[in-house]
Ligand binder design. Structure first.
Ligand code: NAD
Ligand code: MG
Length: 386
């Protein structure tokens, strides 16, 4: 039996993980849960799964959560509380499914205490890929991707040796605005951007999917997860999201992983690896799908993808800036303060102001994250970009 800690238990990935736990009671036990808010759902999760610890990131909700479930479990709060849930002694596996860089420190501490990681929180590798991959080696733990593209690549890579890989082909749905012109993107609304054609996900990643920043973050995630250089990572737009990604080997053979656009398989595989468990869900029917199509991404229209490649070529610290600026710009867009295209423009201007820092420590990553957010907010307040 695997004993798991779920960070971000009230979110899209967190709740889908709990669905799997509910289905396979013999295989998994949940000993730790952490979320930022939504104590109603967290309370229901505590009552059903009976973890040993429940942590709430928003300290102002600690008292109320404790009143409701204090008799059932140990309740912790704030960042330290979330780290306690990430490092809970009885857990062997941590599902890292907090959104944003808020997931970094809990995941870092989980690795340091010897936990295997099922990684959904891509921002962890985007902002600290070098530090995290070193810690994984040092602590002899496994990091298994939950992100569907990376789960696909992980499965394809098993078909060859590391030195036989020539290219990774990362597929992208293209998001809701794939067919819009740049001019048409000027006036898209938050509601339009939140309507993803294939996937139902949290708000931040849904906006990232509309700007294609999600794919940019995934390129950086792949660079670290698979120890592969950016030149060997190709992004391919594939609107049906059936081929989840592919690997080209040196002999020209391309191995792809296919499936319906459903996070169940990647989450479950990350938890059961190296085994597979049978599922009763809907299976892929290729003839019902009919056509699979592929395009090159338009980096002029989707500047954020270009900026992610630029940050990768600048250096590790630029990826921290890219990520922090993006988180802040997405917040401004979601609250109706800036236009859709301003997201990329503001991130670009923030990157322009950054001077590369080498060999960053984890504390320097956090400090640089704050700098990038402040810089982007200042640029917004100056009013040069709407
Ligand atoms: P979500 O917004 O639905 O859920 C986020 C969760 O994190 C919530 O439980 C929230 O309470 C918690 N959280 C946020 N800030 C926190 C903090 N400071 N401390 C503690 N908990 C905090 O997001 P999601 O769609 O589930 O995405 C989670 C992560 O998984 C993201 O990094 C995303 O990129 C990645 N991911 C998601 C999907 C998907 O299908 N949803 C697919 C691939 C990757
Ligand atoms: Mg993905």
């Amino acid at each position: 039996m695997k004993v798991i800690s779920i960070l971000g238990s009230t979110g899209s990935i967190g709740t889908q993980t709990l669905n799997i736990v509910r289905e396979y009671k013999e295989e998994f036990r949940v000993d730790a849960l952490a979320a930022y808010s939504n104590i109603d759902l967290l309370e229901a999760q505590v009552r059903e799964f009976k973890p040993k610890i429940a942590a709430i990131g928003d300290a102002s909700q600690y008292k109320e959560l404790k009143r409701r479930v204090g008799g059932l479990t140990y309740v912790a709060a704030d960042r330290e509380g979330v780290v306690e849930a990430a490092t809970a002694e009885s857990c062997d596996t941590v599902v890292s499914a907090i959104v944003g860089i808020a997931g970094l420190i809990p995941t870092y501490n989980a690795i340091k205490t010897g936990k295997n990681i099922a990684l959904a929180n891509k921002e962890t590798l985007v902002t600290a890929g070098r530090i995290i991959t070193e810690e994984i080696k040092k602590n002899n733990v496994k990091m298994i991707p939950v992100d569907s593209e990376h789960s696909a690549i992980f499965q394809c890579l098993a078909k060859g040796k590391q030195n036989e890989v020539s290219k990774i082909i990362l597929t992208a749905s293209g998001g809701p605005f794939r067919n819009r012109t740049l001019k048409e993107l000027e006036n898209v609304t938050v509601q339009d951007a939140l309507k993803h054609p294939n996937w139902s996900m949290g708000r931040k990643i849904t906006i990232d999917s509309a700007t294609l920043m999600n794919k940019g973050l995934e390129v950086i995630e792949a660079r670290w997860l698979f120890d592969i250089m950016p030149e060997s990572i190709e992004v391919c737009v594939h609107p049906q999201s059936i081929i989840h990604s592919a690997v080209e080997f040196v002999d020209g053979a391309v191995i792809a992983q296919l499936g319906l656009p459903d996070m169940k398989i990647p989450i479950q595989y990350a938890l059961t690896y190296p085994e597979r468990l049978p599922t009763n869900g809907e299976k892929l029917n290729l003839t019902a799908i009919g056509d699979l199509t592929f395009y090159e991404p338009d980096m002029k229209k989707f500047k954020c993808l270009k900026l992610a490649f630029r940050a990768l070529s600048m250096g590790d610290s630029a990826c921290v800036v890219l990520n922090g600026a993006n988180e802040e710009a997405v917040k401004l867009f979601l609250s109706g303060k800036i236009s859709f295209l301003a997201i990329g423009d503001l991130i670009e201007k923030t990157l322009d102001k950054h001077k590369i820092i080498s060999n960053m420590s984890i504390d320097e990553v956090s400090a640089l994250d704050l700098w990038s957010r402040k810089t982007l907010t200042n640029l917004y307040e100056l009013g040069c970009i709407k």
